[in-house]
Design a protein around this ligand. Structure first.
Ligand code: G3H
Ligand code: ZN
Length: 285
């Protein structure tokens, strides 16, 4: 029962004006920590696995199967999502495994090709009741390049959504992937304009670069699904580093990975509190 479709978590949040935390899983410990954090906060959560993480593990089934098992045992609703997939075959595998949603990322393609490829994948996913996210206006930085200048045009976003039939849209509004400082300046006016123009929930990528205050304001301006990866890895790695430094004779991997897992769970609970705190919505233009 706690494994739910992503739309069952994101749609009520979009209607209610609060955010959904979508956190990336690389190791099993990430999945366990994210669910523990969500249980502590008492809110639903999305576990997401990127194509890069699939490459790291040499396949989707081992890491995807682990995330699905952790989700099924959770005490709060949990969805499992394939993140930044560029290969339709990987999307098809996620559907077969029982993922609740996929992000098909053709944002690096020219607009017309992005529309064509995304519409085709959306049709296949919808035939299996799988929720689809796509991206328009490439969010920079996936390969370590800091490129926060990209912006999504609201009129183009509305047309893209109508032509592809996607269920959610990732937009470029000032964040960039893999930032190590929470200093991103978001174009909140653009978030509100996109919210007004686009009939499906909006997704913020590269959210590690946004401070708590900026995340809260992004949600108040109309952002719903908030993707965070690097910030959790910073918490994980700092805790592991501290543990190994304070006890250099440690051998059992559970001792230091467990410290990382606890740090991530604490941060997830905190971030979910930030994203779901009641606040007045900002009027759309
Ligand atoms: O799709 C995943 C996210 O956009 C995560 O980005 O590592 O900058 O938080 P981040
Ligand atoms: Zn992303």
């Amino acid at each position: 029962m706690p494994l739910v479709g992503t739309g069952e978590i994101v749609a009520p949040a979009a209607r209610g004006g609060y955010g959904v935390g979508a956190f990336n899983v690389i190791q099993l410990e990430h999945a366990e920590a994210i669910v523990t954090g969500a249980e502590a906060a008492g809110v639903p959560v999305v576990l997401q696995i990127s194509e890069n993480a699939v490459r790291y593990h040499g396949g989707l089934a081992p890491v995807g199967g682990a995330a699905l098992a952790v989700a099924r045992a959770a005490a709060v609703p949990v969805a499992v999502h394939l993140d930044h997939a560029t290969e339709p075959a990987l999307v098809a595998e996620a559907v077969r495994l029982g993922f609740g949603s996929v992000m098909f990322d053709a944002s690096a393609l020219p607009y017309a090709q992005n529309v064509r490829a995304t519409a085709e994948v959306a049709g296949l996913c919808h035939a299996s009741d799988v929720w689809v996210e796509a991206e328009l206006g490439e969010v920079g930085g996936k390969d370590g390049v800091h490129a926060p200048g990209a912006r999504t045009d609201p009129a183009e976003a509305a047309e893209f959504t109508a032509r592809t039939g996607v269920d959610a849209l990732a937009v470029a509004v000032g964040t960039s992937h893999a930032m190590l400082t929470r200093t991103a300046k978001l174009d909140l006016g653009l978030v509100a304009a996109l919210r007004a123009a686009v009939p499906v929930p909006l997704v913020l990528h590269g959210s590690s670069g946004a401070s708590d205050e900026t995340l809260a304001r992004a949600v108040a301006h109309g952002m719903t699904k908030v993707n965070i990866a690097t910030h959790l890895n910073q918490a994980f790695t700092a805790a592991v580093r501290d543990r190994l430094a304070s006890e250099p004779a440690l051998v059992d991997t559970r001792t230091y990975l467990g410290a990382g897992r606890e740090a991530v769970a604490r941060e997830v609970a905190h971030l979910l509190g930030v994203l779901t705190a009641p606040r007045p919505a900002v009027a759309t233009p």
